[in-house]
Design a protein around this ligand. Structure first.
Ligand code: BTN
Length: 249
């Protein structure tokens, strides 16, 4: 079926192409990046082979999640930093959820948590000198399989009601445009500050970091200018975590 085309005023999300079913919106965008413009969005009602960080599957087969990807091209003022761009997107998703009455917090590098469990994830991929930023929001899932029940949630579970995906999409694109502009016009600091304010993981959190095949136990102590996480290990040494997962200990 032909995709539907939505128009949006935001800088990110100027043009939004909606498919009924795609394997993965990130894969679609990576394949079609040459034909995309900065800020183009692709959305799928159903995603059958969605991917998360570390190539984990991201399941959203029944059309109950919001799944979209944005093409971002570098400019003198938009840093080509996937982590920071993912954090701008996380800040935008959090602000959208707040509009819909769902309080959320952010976990490094860019997870969105509601009621302490993950309700949205972001996968930013660098392709040449372009970034594809994929966003998945668990919207109307009534529950999750056993293996995910202790880590994942949906807006419906948290709020006890269903949400209109179209309304959420429109609001998300508006917020993504707004925070994209902020990053482009005012540089990194406002996004780093907003992410830090919205997260209880950036300072003073006792964590284990799984990074580059090793586990580091320590305490978080802020973000660097690229959005990477500083962790002071128990032996006193500071580590800059560029990739990996963080868990509470
Ligand atoms: C994560 O937390 O592991 C990131 C999940 C990202 C999922 C989204 S859904 C839309 C886009 N397409 C994909 O295949 N992945 C991202």
């Amino acid at each position: 079926m032909d995709p539907v085309r939505h128009k949006n005023d935001g800088l990110w999300g100027a043009d939004c192409l909606e498919f009924d079913t795609l394997g993965s919106t990130n894969n679609w965008m990576l394949r079609n990046l040459a034909a995309c413009r900065h800020g183009d969005v692709v959305q799928a009602v159903r995603q059958t082979a969605g991917r998360g960080r570390f190539n984990r599957p991201w399941a959203a087969p029944e059309g109950r999640a919001l799944t979209l990807s944005i093409a971002l091209f570098p400019s003198a003022s938009l840093p080509l930093l996937p982590t920071l761009v993912g954090q701008a997107a996380a800040v935008a998703v959090r602000s959208t959820l707040a509009e819909f009455g769902v309080p959320a917090r952010l976990k490094w590098p860019n997870d969105v948590l509601a009621g302490g469990l993950k309700c949205a994830g972001i996968l930013t991929q660098l392709h040449g000198d372009r970034i594809v930023c994929g966003i998945g929001v668990n919207v109307n899932q009534p529950g999750f399989p056993d293996e995910l029940r202790e880590i994942a949630t949906s807006l419906r579970i948290v709020a006890g009601r269903e949400f209109e995906k179209e309304e959420l999409l429109e609001a998300s694109l508006g917020a993504i445009g707004e925070y994209g502009e902020l990053l482009r016009e005012e540089g990194r600091d406002p996004i780093l500050r907003l992410f830090t304010q919205s997260s209880s993981w950036v300072h003073g959190r006792s964590v284990i970091v799984d990074s580059a095949g090793a586990a580091i136990a320590g305490t978080t102590c802020g973000l660097d200018e690229s959005g990477f996480l500083w962790v002071r290990a128990d032996d006193g040494r500071r580590h800059l975590i560029r990739a990996g997962g963080v868990r509470a200990r």
